[in-house]
Design a protein around this ligand. Structure first.
Ligand code: NAD
Length: 468
């Protein structure tokens, strides 16, 4: 078997051969990726179920379909994405061809996390293939069954000279990162992102960081409590709360909390029955270590558990849990929860909630539930986050025509659809000149004079094109 550096070198020599450059090659690989998803839907469902007990419905929605839609979108648009983008010109460049050419970066590394073990690797891979790169794919070792399936399927369907899967844990990934890549696309925690950046700095490799954080859900003003509870509960407990864009906590008034809680209880019963541990529609925590971290948070909270709170280590089960009377300095507010625990903080006005958020790191998403458009507008304008969604949560990330990514501590850069193609492309500024207008060029040559600078200013001013 090849060592890591042999794999990287093999891909580098393929990239240098230029085989990934033609549109037909990239399109062909995307079509094969589509077949991989189609032929192996049942295997994917089984593997993700083994890792997270994720219900088939959730896997189809969040792993198979979301990825398939991305591939479709890329196949339909690759031609236009690859076209040069023409740039505005001034008088001095009027006869030139000025455009932006997207060129592939080279050999790129995609490192995925365990919570959406297929999606978080294959969606970036779509952008990287469409942009003409060779790709090393590093699945999370924690979602073992999906890791094994990806390692089996990728070489079966895609060119082995261009795309390779490297398996391993923290140590292996640190060793892999010693190799030179032309871009690193990392999804995972902020702590590991720091190590990835350190490794990237050695080769001055650019990075995209898709990180986490605590996504708040503000509920203010008039609201349909039952509908709000349905959307909130679904988004929070989908994949047992192990979603980077899950609503991490709720901010609302005491009156709203009191009206929301009965609706949340009712919805939980409707969705998962009164015995949620027997519901096939509730996923499990990924590992005993992650389960213990969450149960420990519940032990340390000073809040009051009003729904759920129980768990079973053997089954890695944690009941959908709601905690009230949670203060901002509570254990549940110190880190991203990333599990089926929903704290509700009472803050008596939307302005005070916004103030609270402005003192925190920028999250991956901000959610606001309200029937009042002025409330939605105020929250949208006065907060900052990777994405924003009103009167719902999570689903904004499923639309390939919207960029997905963080800001500040929740990440750098974005992807999905066209933005995925851009993340793995260099925007090369191209100016194709001829030999005409040499007299105009003469303005910039010595001997310099005040008159020449006056003319030059005129020909290079942005408004000079409109004179022609
Ligand atoms: P993880 O443990 O699976 O780690 C992610 C990747 O980093 C894995 O491939 C792992 O092998 C690798 N890794 C671990 N230690 C490393 C090290 N020392 N050096 C180099 N690589 C190392 O996942 P995680 O970090 O627990 O992921 C959960 C976090 O990811 C949460 O914060 C979540 O919000 C975030 N996340 C973000 C997104 C997003 O799109 N923004 C999506 C999913 C998860």
């Amino acid at each position: 078997m090849d060592t890591q550096s042999q794999v990287v070198e093999r891909l580098r020599s393929t990239f240098r051969s230029g085989v990934t450059l033609p549109e037909a090659f990239r399109r062909g690989q995307l079509v094969k990726l589509m077949s991989m998803l189609k032929d192996n839907e049942e295997h994917i469902v089984k593997a993700v179920h083994k890792d997270l007990a994720k219900p088939k419905f959730e896997t189809i929605l969040s792993e198979v379909d979301i990825v398939t839609n991305e591939v479709h979108h890329a196949i339909a648009n690759i031609s236009s994405w690859m076209q040069p983008e023409y740039a505005a010109k001034n008088l001095a460049t009027k006869l030139d061809d000025c455009f932006i050419q997207r060129e592939p970066l080279g050999v790129v590394l995609v490192i995925g996390a365990w919570n959406y073990p297929l999606q978080l690797l294959i969606v970036p891979l779509v952008g990287a293939i469409a942009a003409g790169n060779c790709v090393v794919i590093k699945p999370s070792e924690i979602s073992t069954a999906t890791e094994a399936l990806i390692a089996e399927l990728i070489p079966k369907y895609l060119s082995e000279d261009c795309y390779a899967v490297v398996r391993g844990g923290a140590e292996d990934t640190e060793a892999l990162l010693k190799n030179r890549f032309d871009h690193i696309f990392y999804t995972g925690s902020q702590a590991v992102a720091r190590r990835v950046m350190q490794a990237a700095s050695v080769h001055l490799t650019p990075v995209t960081l898709e990180l986490g954080g605590k996504c708040p859900c503000l509920i203010y003003g008039r609201i349909d409590f039952k509908a709000a509870a349905r959307r909130l509960v679904w988004a929070k407990f989908f994949n047992a709360g192990q979603s980077c864009v899950a609503p991490d906590y709720v901010l609302c008034t005491t009156a709203t909390r009191d009206a929301l809680l009965p609706a949340v209880r009712e919805v939980l019963d409707e969705f998962y029955t009164q015995e949620p541990k027997n519901s096939p529609d509730l996923a499990r925590i990924v590992s005993p270590r992650h389960w213990s971290r969450l149960m420990d948070l519940l032990k340390r909270t000073s809040g009051k558990v009003v729904v759920g709170g129980t768990g079973n280590q053997e089954d890695k089960y944690i009941a959908p849990t709601v905690v009230v009377d949670v203060a901002d300095d509570d254990a549940l507010m110190a880190e991203e929860i990333f599990g089926p625990i929903l704290p509700i903080l009472t803050v008596e006005s939307v302005e005070k909630s916004i103030e609270l958020l402005r003192g925190k790191e920028k999250p991956l998403a901000v959610y606001v539930f309200s029937d009042e458009s002025s409330v939605v507008k105020t929250v949208m304008e006065r907060t900052s986050s990777g994405g924003f969604c009103s009167n719902d949560a999570i689903i904004h990330m499923a639309l390939p025509s919207l960029p997905f990514g963080g800001v500040g501590a929740s990440g750098w850069g974005s992807y999905h659809g066209h933005w995925g193609f851009d993340a793995f492309s260099h925007r090369r500024a191209c100016m194709l000149r001829g030999w005409a207008l040499e007299r105009l060029n003469g303005l910039r040559y010595p001997p310099y004079s005040d008159e020449k600078i006056r003319w030059l200013r005129w020909t290079t001013a942005p408004s000079s094109c409109s004179l022609m």
